[in-house]
Design a protein around this ligand. Structure first.
Ligand code: AOS
Ligand code: ZN
Ligand code: ZN
Length: 388
């Protein structure tokens, strides 16, 4: 195995963007459980996110969702975030909660609906100028429930036209990332169901358009790390939405359901040059904490990504290449698994302490009294999404 210290030297390059909506209440279509201390404003969401960064050193930016995080003055919000020690990250658009979008948004055959959806993205781009955000992330709920319900080809063509208009409006340093999802809320067909569609659409747009890979948006058994490899190879992987799934788009804590998969993904990210601040690949969480407390849920999540990244960095790449070259299947697999089975927790605790961070961020959060304070201070926290 590589020298641990030098292999883990790259760990300081790890930055994970947290989503503002993870701090709000969320649930299933059966029940949304309210959690004490839930933020009532975007400023309170930022304060909670800043706590995650303060204790882990891993989460320097927060993704916003428009209109959920709408404010009058985004430059002031940026200042406010900076005062808390975090930056504002990806701007996520939303064309899935208004009645007008019942039959689609950017794909709609109704010109007025399509105009409204495009204009919403223009508004998001204006916000990006004020917040200094780099990425505009588009996830569409567009699709149909029944064969014959609408013309799939026409919808794809209109999607391309709509995206073209939005793309043309991007600022010089902006990027557009198009997220795919194989089903839900549409069940028969989805307009951006897979990486191939997202790739084709973003390729047609140009070099500022990329694919966003949400780990929960694939059919069971999909080899996600293969998609990661391929998109990196093609220069089109823009960002991740990390989460875990057992069944569908569960949005559970990343690395909770299948840590080995997260390890394999991080290996391909590193292997393909997607790791580090200048790699052009943004690592983001897209999770909801329905049962667990939200801030510890986010701390657990970023630590899981760090642990699997550390293990992936420990892979002895020259021994792996040698075993692969010589066709030694079991040796190659053993090199891989040796890294995966290495318990990196003690070395990560040291890594944190050497940077003035708590060795155990979850214990430090518990001891901080922060949760107790927000439980007392904040009454009437909002459901994620439809909150302030
Ligand atoms: C939806 O399934 C997607 O994962 C999106 O990223 C969505 O915008 C996000 O979950 C917030 O609702
Ligand atoms: Zn997502
Ligand atoms: Zn999702």
């Amino acid at each position: 195995m590589n020298n641990t210290a030098s292999a883990l030297g790259r760990l300081s390059e790890l930055a994970i963007e947290v989503p503002s909506w993870a701090y709000g209440n969320s649930g299933t279509r059966f029940k949304v459980f309210g959690t004490p201390g839930t933020p009532r404003t975007v400023q309170e969401k930022l304060a909670d996110a800043a706590k995650v960064h303060e204790l882990t050193g891993l989460a320097p930016t927060v993704a916003l969702h428009i209109p959920w995080d709408k404010v009058d003055d985004y430059a002031a919000l940026k200042e406010y975030a900076a005062g808390l020690g975090v930056g504002l990250g990806t701007i996520n658009s939303n064309t899935f909660q208004d009645d007008e979008y019942k039959f689609g948004s950017l794909t709609s055959s109704d010109d007025a609906v399509r105009r409204r959806a495009i204009d919403h993205h223009f508004e998001c781009i204006d916000i990006m100028h004020a917040t200094g955000s780099k990425d505009l992330k588009i996830w569409l709920a567009d699709g149909t429930n029944y064969p014959g319900q609408d013309d799939m080809r026409g919808r794809q063509d209109r999607l391309a036209e709509s995206l073209q208009e939005i793309y043309a409006r991007l600022g010089e340093d902006h990027r557009l990332v198009l997220e795919y999802k194989f089903f839900e809320p549409a069940f028969y067909h989805t307009d951006v169901p897979d990486w191939g569609t997202s790739y084709a659409q973003t390729l047609a747009l140009g070099e500022k358009a990329f694919v966003c890979l949400d780990t929960g948006h694939h059919a069971p058994g999909t080899n996600i790390e293969f998609i990661v490899m391929q998109l990196l190879r093609l220069g089109k992987l823009g960002s991740f939405d990390f989460n875990s799934r057992f069944y569908a788009d569960d949005d559970l804590i990343v690395g909770a359901a299948d840590p080995f998969q997260l390890f394999r993904i991080m290996y391909e990210v590193i292997r393909g040059g997607g790791f580090g601040k200048d790699s052009g690949v943004a690592l983001m969480l897209d999770q909801c904490h329905n049962l667990e407390e939200k801030i510890p849920g986010q701390i657990r999540s970023v630590l899981n990504v760090q642990e699997m990244t550390a293990r992936a960095l420990l892979i002895d790449t020259s021994a792996l290449a040698e075993a692969q070259r010589s066709g030694d299947v079991l040796a190659a697999n053993a090199v891989f698994n040796d890294a995966f089975y290495t318990d990196v927790r003690p070395v990560l605790a040291e890594w944190r302490e050497s940077r003035g961070l708590p060795a155990d961020p979850l214990a430090a959060f518990k001891a901080s009294g922060y949760q107790k304070k927000i439980n007392e201070d904040r009454v009437g926290g909002q459901q994620a999404g439809w909150g302030a």
